[in-house]
Design a binder for this molecule. Structure first.
Ligand code: OSB
Ligand code: MG
Length: 369
């Protein structure tokens, strides 16, 4: 296919409730949507997982916009006929910026698969028509409020609870959740908020029978995670650290993690995400699908990814209603703690034009000249 235009769109959607992590509180989902159109009129959609600031990683919305516009779009236009599999080579001159590359890759893959009539789950090698869903619960100051939030999600049917933690909001709230809900699948996520010294306290989590503790230390500290893994009984799962299949291989070899959170946006796209999945299956390392509060566009692709055989733990693939009163696509609805994998070609969903317009704050269209 030949990419004829790339449209960037900044969205702002109210979140149903604020989401607090160790790197900030979001009350509105602001992200960049990418729409590509091919020379023969096939359309594809991609979603950037960046947020408004470089709190999760170095990338953020405005940066993603500029990187796509000034550095990724030109070589894609210049490449002529291309497929998603060519992007590694075509974009090879741009270092880093995996989230920008992933957003563009998703749009190109969607357009290509739609034109060929192939659903993304099938292209990726999915084996399930529905996926088990967990929910990520933000930091709460008040433990009674936290227990109420967790209870509501359990009533909704979520099959696993993840609690955000940071120094000062960790063992106490986690213990309160475990004491109240003895049998649930339960894990915590620190988003790199700990130093090696402060992380010693996380050994107290060992008595809470957690599935895993996610990303306690800064992303570059693989040896620190390996050391911590030897000190804890709770398995360590890495999120921010795993920026490629190669790093995943090294992290596993070093003993820095025994479980991997796969986020296509964080690793440069769905093709690299699949390589990480394949590697982890080969190494016997369980994976699960992470989330970045995506709209229905990114969620559709995540649910397709989560249908691969190695995704044996419930993902942060929650229903649209967990995030938005109104999504830009038809809502993803939880049924018995699961979401259905889209069956239509490509990512299988598209924005509802009227919703898209309502939540759009800026558009820029780039054309092949
Ligand atoms: O670390 O997994 C994370 C949201 C934004 C940025 C980072 C993370 C998260 C979540 C939410 O935990 C997962 C979701 O429900 O999309
Ligand atoms: Mg995480």
């Amino acid at each position: 296919m030949r990419v004829a235009s790339i449209e960037l769109r900044m969205l702002g959607l109210p979140l149903v409730r604020p989401f607090r992590t160790s790197f900030g509180t979001e009350t509105e989902k602001v992200c960049v949507l990418v729409r590509v159109e091919t020379a023969v009129g096939a359309v594809g959609w991609g979603e950037g997982v960046t947020g408004p600031d470089p709190g999760f990683s170095e990338e953020w919305n405005e940066g993603l916009w500029l990187v796509v516009r000034d550095f990724l779009a030109p070589p894609v236009f210049a490449a002529g006929d291309l497929a998603a599999e060519d992007l590694d080579r075509v974009l090879g001159g741009v270092r880093g910026h995996p989230m920008a590359k992933a957003a563009l890759e998703m749009a190109i893959l969607d357009a290509d698969l739609r034109a060929r009539g192939i659903p993304l789950h099938q292209y990726l090698g999915g084996v399930r028509s529905e996926v088990d869903c967990g929910v990520s619960v933000g930091i709460h100051d008040d433990v009674a409020d936290l227990l109420q939030t967790v209870e509501r999600h359990l009533v909704e049917g979520y099959r696993r609870i993840k609690l955000k933690i940071e120094p000062g909001h960790d063992v106490g709230p986690a213990r309160a959740v475990r004491e109240r809900f003895a049998d649930i699948l339960f894990q915590v996520d620190a988003n790199a908020a700990y130093t090696v010294e402060k992380a010693q306290r996380l050994a107290e989590l060992d008595e809470l029978d957690l599935l895993l503790v996610e990303q306690p230390l800064p992303e570059e500290d693989l040896l620190g995670h390996a050391e911590l893994a030897r000190a804890l009984r709770t398995p360590i799962c890495l999120d921010e650290s795993i920026v490629s299949a190669r790093v995943a291989e090294q992290a596993i070899a070093l003993g820095a993690c025994s479980i991997v959170n796969v986020k296509a946006g964080r690793v440069g796209g769905y093709l690299e995400a699949r390589r990480i999945h394949d590697l982890c299956v080969e190494r016997g390392v369980p994976v699960w699908c992470g989330g970045m509060l995506e709209t229905g566009i990114g969620r559709a692709a995540n649910v397709a990814l989560a249908s691969l055989p190695g995704f044996t733990l419930p993902g942060d693939t929650s229903a649209s209603a967990r995030y938005y009163a109104e999504d830009i696509t038809a809502p993803f609805v939880l049924e018995d703690g699961r979401l259905s994998v889209p069956t239509e070609p490509g990512i299988g969903v598209a924005p509802i034009p009227e919703h898209l317009e309502r939540f759009t704050t800026r558009v820029e269209k780039l054309l092949l000249d």
